[in-house]
Design a protein around this ligand. Structure first.
Ligand SMILES: [Zn+2]
Ligand SMILES: [Zn+2]
Length: 253
């Protein structure tokens, strides 16, 4: 369906709200996240000469990582290659890109911003926790760690205990706002586990080791070490749980 360029977007695009993109399809894949297919709203300018392209050369699908919208989503960009028809330009063809997903990027700018915010909030919270925690609170946190140790072979239980550990850290620090960001971050990690099917045991063992370091620093009351350990853990676990890239295929339509 074509619409004139203007302020009015279709309902799905308005809800998804990724600037420069429209939603062209959305459906449910049994046992996986809902899938949303998007494409840029306007034809791009050639990166060499700036002339707006009008002819599509080819299309392929590329999965992009994005923030959850009312839960986890699998976002697929129906990415076009365009001809540059400008006579004096030697470019030939070029792939489209946007401000939200620059050339060669695999995730949206808004997702990166959310991750950075989550890292900063978590580091701040864990430092505060290392400073103020009581013995009773330490016991509660140790309980979540024990739960992780006991469930290394059960992904769902392990992930829930992992999230719980982070939420306890946030709660002890008194940071309620960051609590919801941690949840969003780990919802996404759980979702990527769903794509992969079986999460390798080594992932869980590594995650547990990182949590043990965070806990040891909180227990010792070493504020800087707690912040560093949490920082390293969030960034590492984010990398480890990256969903596999979508292999380019011709879009069905
Ligand atoms: Zn050109
Ligand atoms: Zn964790």
């Amino acid at each position: 369906m074509f619409e004139p360029t203007g302020s009015q977007r279709d309902a799905a695009s308005t809800i998804f709200n990724l600037s420069d993109y429209r939603v062209i399809d959305a459906f449910e894949v049994p046992g996986r996240a809902r899938r949303v297919e998007v494409e840029p709203t306007s034809p791009p300018g050639c990166p060499a000469c700036g002339v707006i392209s009008v002819r599509v050369h080819s299309r392929r699908l590329q999965r992009i990582r994005d923030v959850p919208v009312a839960g986890a989503l699998e976002v697929v960009w129906c990415k076009r290659r365009w001809f540059c028809d400008e006579q004096r330009c030697g470019r030939g063809t070029f792939a489209e890109s946007t401000l939200q997903v620059p050339p060669r990027a695999r995730s949206t700018v808004r997702l990166r911003a959310q991750l950075v915010a989550a890292v900063i909030d978590s580091e701040r919270a864990v430092s505060e926790t290392a400073r103020v925690r009581t013995h009773v609170e330490l016991d509660v946190l140790r309980g979540a760690l024990d739960e992780m140790r006991a469930s290394l072979h059960e992904t769902a239980v392990f992930s829930a205990a992992d999230v719980q550990f982070h939420e306890i850290v946030m709660a002890i620090s008194g940071n309620r706002l960051a609590e919801s960001i941690a949840r969003v971050l780990f919802e996404r990690a759980r979702d990527s586990a769903r794509y992969r099917g079986n999460v390798p045991l080594s992932f869980h063992e590594q995650t547990l080791r990182e949590h043990e370091q965070v806990f040891a620093a909180i227990e010792a009351g070493t504020i800087d070490a707690a912040g560093q350990a949490m920082n390293a853990h969030i960034i590492d676990s984010w990398q480890r749980r990256r969903p596999p890239d979508h292999q380019g295929k011709t879009p069905r339509r």
